[in-house]
Design a protein around this ligand. Sequence first.
Ligand code: SF4
Length: 395
Amino acid sequence: MRVRTAAAELAAYDRAMPNPSTPFLPAPGGSFAAPGTGSSQTASAPSFQLRPMQVTWEMTQACDWKASHARAAARAARGKREFSTAEAFHLIEEVADMHVPLLVLTGGDPLLRPDLFPIVDFASRHSVRTSLTLPPTPLLDAGIIAELKARGLMRLSFWLHGSTAALDDGYWGVPGCHRRTLDAIGSCHEVDLPVQINTILARRNLHDLDPMIELLTRLDVALWNVFFFVPASRQQAQEMISAEEHEAVFAKLYESSKRVHFQIKTTEGQHYQRYLLQQRARESRGRMTETDVITCAPKGVNDGKSFVFIDPAGEVYPSRFLPWSAGNVTTQSLAQLYCESPLFVSLRDSSKLKGRCGRCPARNVCGGSRARAYAMTGDLFAEDPCCAYEPQLNG
Ligand code: SF4
């Protein structure tokens, strides 16, 4: 059955999927050692244990143009270990068998894969809803966008790292990227293809939040995904915004969400869910306490918890920002790696969390960014250093 593009369906998915992980991953650092005895997994919702809500597959790391902040691994030539078309089809069949609600195709520049259209088509014919994330590639034109739509693509996703050409082009290090992205968004509207915008929020563009929200309103996008910067090394930590600045951004996103027509979600900003629950309690005017609201909330998405990232060679990660592989889909099934690998099982076990995250009443809803905790401390289960919340000792 061919899947039709349905904005309402996607909006429903977006509401259910608050924190999809995504872009630039530090180089993989190895596989995960089994963490001793098995996990109780009492914190994970059953559906999270059976299947992820989103699988993101990095189709290629090839990229024809230079980007100063892009992954160090980005390169012009396609890698020898990249999936063949047959392997790509097999992966899509696995995603379909697991009933994963969304497959995100990303790169590198996915347009450098000559089999991109057949892959989108194959996913569509297998009822796999597919979104494509593109860099500001000069290869994209209105004809390709129309063809992607015709093949069953559900949504096209672009990066905008600032409301002005100076900010956005400055991020990529290539003049003209901003203009190209705005033109591509216009072409999507012409064929009624929903648009998602991704923004990496860091110190360099923190001042640009209001103009970004204005721009996205004018551009009539369907979804804004705000990625809270995760440093690839401690040297990059100064680009990370502070815990208090995270709270201020949450307040801005929350206020904006009441008046804009696009969905807003966060990536590596898991504590936005805790902020939203606190707001709900405050706005209930005493009918619900914070504890009531947090206790009743559904489990939240986090690294390895409802999310999977697969690199071009088939290595399976809990997040694009966590350089730990659970194994490879060429030798084990995706379902096995997601459901049974010690890495994913551990990450779904909130009893392993430490520090404030470990004693936080919101640990099952939030749990903090595991990628940021790892980047800053080397410990997958350390507290998220960018959260301002102080749980009570008996929380
Ligand atoms: S302390 Fe940890 S689990 Fe609690 S809200 Fe902050 S980041 Fe989330």
